[in-house]
Design a protein around this ligand. Structure first.
Ligand SMILES: [Zn+2]
Length: 203
């Protein structure tokens, strides 16, 4: 698994790519949604480990919460609840459900790109229907150590978190840069179209 720093920053990248112009919710709410659901699947490790059962954490980790069924299920549950409560328009409800799905899938994708030096390798994304593990042929993200509590707070893991900070910080800058360039291009096109229209009225 990537560390919560890596997953959280991936959530920030999703936020930067998607924060809508006409927002379904306040920008901070959208940010919390992107980051929260990007980290959520690792609660299968965090909750038992925090309860003092790291052995359970290792057994439970990367099971149900790391599957496409979980991603679809959580997005659907949100959509159904939002439909009953009606906090936003239909388009906004679809947008939030899509973001929940995207954040959960991004989490799984990152875990598949982790360096795996010990079993279990990869992620069984179709568990329990199909127990096959999927993983990238080359580990792109460094592996965090989590066998014991001492491993979790080790210097190695601090180094991993700093590496992720560099990698995902770069990704966020690229996303923001692309988005600004696209918005500038759109504004220029709109200004050009407005100028042509004004010229048409004058002639
Ligand atoms: Zn994970």
């Amino acid at each position: 698994m990537a560390s919560p720093v890596g997953h959280g920053l991936m959530g920030v990248a999703l936020y930067a790519a998607s924060v809508p112009r006409r927002r379904a919710m306040h920008a901070w709410g959208w940010l919390a949604l992107c980051v929260g659901f990007s980290i959520l699947p690792d609660f299968d490790f965090v909750v038992p480990a925090a309860a003092g059962r790291i052995d359970w954490a290792h057994t439970m980790h990367r099971s149900l919460t790391h599957t496409v069924f979980f991603a679809v299920g959580v997005a659907l549950v949100w959509f159904v609840v939002a439909r009953i409560v009606k906090p936003h328009s239909r388009a906004a409800r679809v947008g939030v459900a899509a973001m929940i799905f995207a954040a959960l899938v991004a989490h799984i994708a990152l875990d598949m790109m982790n360096e795996d030096t010990k079993a279990p390798y990869g992620v069984s994304i179709f568990w329990p229907v199909w127990d096959k593990s999927f993983y990238a042929p080359i580990g792109v993200l460094p592996r965090i150590e989590k066998l014991t509590y001492a491993d979790i707070v080790s210097l190695h893991n601090v180094g991993v978190a700093l590496t992720e900070l560099g990698l995902f910080g770069g990704l966020i800058l690229v996303v923001v840069g692309v988005r600004l360039a696209v918005e500038r291009l759109r504004a220029r096109r709109r200004a050009g179209a407005a100028a042509v229209e004004a010229g048409g009225h004058m002639s």
